[in-house]
Structure formats: C-alpha cells, structure tokens
Design a protein around this ligand. Structure first.
Ligand SMILES: [Ca+2]
Length: 482
C-alpha cells in the first residue's frame, strides 16, 4: 500500500489535513504501488443516455419502496450558484415506511434521485450533515470543490436522503430504536442497492462506478460506506468525517462546562472568550508557528511542528489585572488547555481526542460550535441525550443547556455504549464504522478513499482522524501490503 499524507492549511478557520489512502491507487498513478495482493485497476466508467421517458420511472418497483414522483427537469430547471444544471430526471420516493411502536409516528427513509439524461456511468451517494432529517437537493455537492463542482452537473446519477427521519421528527426520532439505526447506517445500507437497481431500470445497466461522499456527518456516512458497504462502492470522499460522532458530541458538552467556568454570562458562552481574546490566542499561535512551514502567511501548515513550538501555558500574554481583550486570564488559559486536550473522566482517561492549536479559532464556524452548538437544542446536548444515550431523555429538549453543564463524564458518558431491552444497539455501534481498520472490502476490488479533515474544526478532531489513519496504515503495512 502506498501512502501519502499531506497537510494543508488555508485561510483562518479552514485548514485541512488531507489524507489520501492508496487503497489501490490515489490521484497520480504509480505502478510500484501494485502489491502481491494484485489489486485490480478499475476501468473507466462508460456513459449512457436515459432510456425511455423520465415519467416511466414512476412505475419502478423495488421491495419496500414507493416512488411518489418522476418528473423530467429540463436544463436550467435547477440552478446552483446561478449556473444552470443539466437536464435530468427527478425521482422522489421513500423506503420502509412504518409506524413506530415507541412514539406512534410514521417513519420512512425519504430520498430523491437525480438521473442525468446524458449519464456518465457513475453513481454518487450524497451523505448529508447534522442529524439529517432533510432530503437535501441531490446535486451531489459533498462539501469540497464549491457548489459548481457538483456531481450532478458532471453527469453522475445522485441520491440524497433524509436518513430515515423528517425535520419535524428531529431530534425526537432518537426515541425510536429503528430510526436511530437508520440514521446511523440503515438508510445508506437500504438505499444503496435500490439506487443501483433504479439506475439499471433507467439506463439498462448498473453504474460502472459508485461513490459515497459527504462532510461532517456526511463524511461519517461515507466512512460507513467504506466499511460496511465497501464491496458496493469504488470511491469514498470523507470530508471532515465525524467518525466517532457520539464521542465528539459528548466532548462538546465538556467544552461547554469548561467555558462556563470563565463565562461572565452562562447563558452566553461567547462571554468566556471574546473575539479580541480569541485574537490574542490566534496571534500567539501564529507568532510561534506561522513561519515553521517556510512561509509567514497567517497560516499554520506545519501542524506537527507547532505542537512543540507552541505552549499555551508559556506563549500567551497573561492578564495581570482584569480581562481587557489584550491578554487571557490564567483561568481562561486553563480552560482552553482543557478544551484542546479533550474530555477526561475522574480517572484521567481520555474520552475523545486532543486537537491542535490553530488560528482558525477566529472563524465564525468554530465560535458557533463552541459557544452555541455545545449547549443548544439543535445539536450536541440533544444528540447526546436523545439520539445517542440509553436510555434517552426527551426532557433535554427543554433544558439542553443545563444538561450540558451537568453532564457527568463518569456516570453519563458510559450511556453512549449502553443497551437495554428497547435499545439493543448502542450509539457506538450504530454510529461508528463496525471495524474502522478493516477496509478490505473496499480495497480488494480496487476502491479508493480520500479523507479531508480541518485542523481548526469546531467539533471533529483532526487528531482523532489522524490516529485512525496511523492505525490503518500500520495495520496494512504489518500485513505486508504497504
Ligand atoms: Ca505559514
């Protein structure tokens, strides 16, 4: 296995660690990567025109599947960033409609597929973000390359889904065990073979190549495709993957508790660290680390060198009086050191991952995750308390901030791994890849994988992803495949 690891950094909060896993080949070709495993080199996909009329697909039949709409979308019906998108067939439907025995609600895996009239022979599963619940338009935008790089306009057949819950059911779908599992891995597992079969019905052949991509939770979906469904996909783009999402969400509650210690208003955690104070920290990081990559440009691109060059306890100006935006208090420094170290329990065990110091903390996205998502009803507390833990607690919707502040990393955190009679799969089972170090199914048929991770991500740790990558490479090298 050839490996190539690149670290890239860009403006402010958008810094990337990009990892290219040469499962067979990655980017540029190199014959030396061929190993004794004789991994096949995949042939190019061959395009084809949609056969018949789009509306004929209204009658498409597949187990547990209902097609509710099949309508031709002439070129320009859909626009992305002001650009007309090519003519395609829009298919809307749902799979596995059912009534929950837990909450009496009707659940289904809603989806849309967009099939180009002039198809390039490829299929893309578009993984969406957050706790899903919306069928994001299936343009095939997976978080990299900008909106105009969307796969649909490049000729891919694209599917997008709500992962088994609608917006009104979010986040209380976590009370239904099947909805939890569909969100975790069931939706992509059920949709993938149907989507390929629908493509066969539309073009008289299955896709030559199949891809899964997404960012954040969508990147997690892509990781699920790589591991659970590796034999069904040829290419994976996991951007900022929330591979260990329940742990990362719990880490956010730890962040909230730390910020609360220095917040002047616990109902507004941004008072724990003003923008001027974030600039103090960012400047201190840049002073020590910017030049280490050879160019003083406001970017820290040598992340590893910065780990030893910058020490928050030594290199940040400490306030001698009141906080005034030109320094950090000793307690603020302690809080930040804890946040970047990550949560621990009273035994000192690390429960998620460290994060590297990066000036990207000046970004709005970083601030939103730290100050708002960590306590709000839209993300981390309700995800942890309603979707991930066993048993769930619906009352967290009314007191998400206090839930975050009072979350106990000795007694509550283990609930992420808990099961009971009703919830027989834990969040660490349904959200995580089942064996994240086993990519054999993807690799052995010639699949490829690209992972991109921001070093200033507000929630998902690049160190967590790096750790996975290091373990993965070590494993396959030890097997003699490197
Ligand atoms: Ca630099």
């Amino acid at each position: 296995m050839k490996q190539r690891l690149q670290q890239k950094s860009s403006l402010q909060n958008i810094a990337f660690l990009s990892v290219c896993l040469s499962l067979a080949a990655c980017g540029d070709h190199d014959d030396t990567q061929q190993t004794s495993q004789n991994i096949p080199q995949l042939s190019p996909a061959i395009g084809k025109m949609l056969k018949g009329s789009c509306s004929d697909l209204q009658g498409y039949q597949y187990n547990h599947t209902t097609i509710s709409n099949a309508t031709l979308q002439p070129a320009g019906t859909l626009t992305v960033a002001g650009k007309n998108i090519r003519a395609h067939c829009l298919i809307q439907g749902y799979m596995y409609q059912r009534t929950s025995p837990i909450d009496g609600q009707i659940y289904q895996i809603g989806f849309e597929m967009r099939l180009p009239i002039d198809w390039n022979g490829r299929f893309l599963y578009q993984g969406n973000g957050g706790t899903d619940g919306n069928i994001v338009t299936a343009t095939g935008q997976v978080g990299s390359g900008g909106p105009l790089s969307n796969a649909l306009n490049d000729g891919f057949a694209v599917i997008s889904s709500d992962a088994g819950l609608n917006a009104a059911q979010n986040p209380l779908f976590g009370l239904d065990p099947q909805a939890r599992m569909d969100y975790g891995y069931g939706a992509i597992t059920k949709l993938t073979p149907m989507a390929k079969d629908l493509i066969r019905a539309a073009y008289s052949k299955y896709p030559d190549r199949s891809y899964a991509g997404g960012t954040s939770n969508g990147g997690r979906h892509a990781m699920i495709a790589a591991t659970r469904l590796g034999e069904q996909y040829d290419g994976i783009l996991a951007s900022t993957p929330g591979s260990h999402l329940p742990k990362a969400a719990a880490a956010q509650l730890y962040t909230a508790q730390q910020l609360r210690r220095v917040a002047t208003d616990e109902n507004d955690l941004s008072t724990a660290l003003s923008f001027d104070e974030r600039k103090v920290l960012a400047k201190a990081i840049l002073d020590r680390c910017d030049h280490l990559d050879g160019i003083t440009d406001g970017l820290v691109q040598d992340v590893e060198a910065c780990r030893t060059a910058f020490n928050i306890h030594q290199h940040v100006p400490v306030c001698t009086n009141q906080r005034d935006g030109s320094c950090l208090s000793a307690e603020q420094i302690d809080v930040l050191a804890n946040i970047y170290r990550g949560p621990i329990n009273t035994k000192g065990q690390a429960l998620y991952a460290t994060q590297p110091f990066d000036p990207g903390l000046l970004g709005k996205n970083w601030a939103s995750w730290k100050f708002e998502s960590s306590v709000g009803t839209a993300r981390d507390p309700v995800a942890v308390g309603i979707v991930f833990q066993v048993p769930p607690d619906a009352s967290i919707m009314q007191n998400s901030r206090q839930f975050a502040f009072n979350y106990n990393f000795d007694t509550d955190y283990p609930k992420l791994a808990a099961v009971d009679q009703t919830y027989q799969e834990s969040a660490l089972s349904f959200m995580l890849p089942p064996d994240e170090l086993n990519l054999d199914k993807l690799r052995l048929h010639g699949g490829k994988m690209i992972v991109v991770q921001g070093t200033a991500d507000g929630v998902f740790s690049v160190d967590d992803t790096q750790h996975w990558y290091d373990q993965l490479i070590s494993k396959y090298q030890n097997l003699g495949w490197g």
